[in-house]
Design a protein around this ligand. Sequence first.
Ligand SMILES: [Cu+2]
Length: 228
Amino acid sequence: MKKMILTTALALMTATPAIAKDYAIREVSNIDAKQPYYFDPSNLTIQPGDTVTFVNAQDEMHDVMFVEVPKGVKEMIMSPMHEKKGDKFSYQFTVPGTYKFHCHPHEKLGMKGTLIVGAPSKKGETVLMDHHKMAKIHDVAMKNEAKSSGDAAKGPQGTGVIKSVDAGAHKIIVKHDPIAELGWPVMTMEFVVDPAVDLGSVHEGDKIRFTLKAKGDEDYSITKIQKN
Ligand SMILES: [Cu+2]
């Protein structure tokens, strides 16, 4: 009898497609609290096809980076830096499993969370998408390049599409293709652009080819942009 009910329930579930839902996770700063920086909620379970929007709750620097994801996820999921209240980043999750994320500026202060899509991943079913590791791969690549060519100024190159241009801050957001040299998968990232590059001639939607320069440990600025 129990089995029959279950079968009926399953049949109903497949006959009626679930309606995709939208969820919000707030990026909270509350310096008076015991835990001054946190995601609210920091643990959330959703269903495949649902969308989560990360929203900055105040004028404060936060971002979200997914550092462990189910194996079927082929891209790095990360937001640009949020600075203003209301800055947000949305992503639709289709691959079931366990996702772990943190805020890069406040990682060491415990600003992190876990998202379950459908059901949790079993051991060995997730992969690390570690930006720190990527930065190390890059450092090695840069050193090797400097050694072999004697020209450290010529940085890694990428291609992508401009998502937005902030001429005032001289920054752009680019959805770039994989950059093998840096071990980067497809990502949407914000980059500071060198003052010498004219941002007046590039616009949202432009396909570009760009050159990167390491700036600190894990940061990169764009030194050259060409339309592709
Ligand atoms: Cu943060």
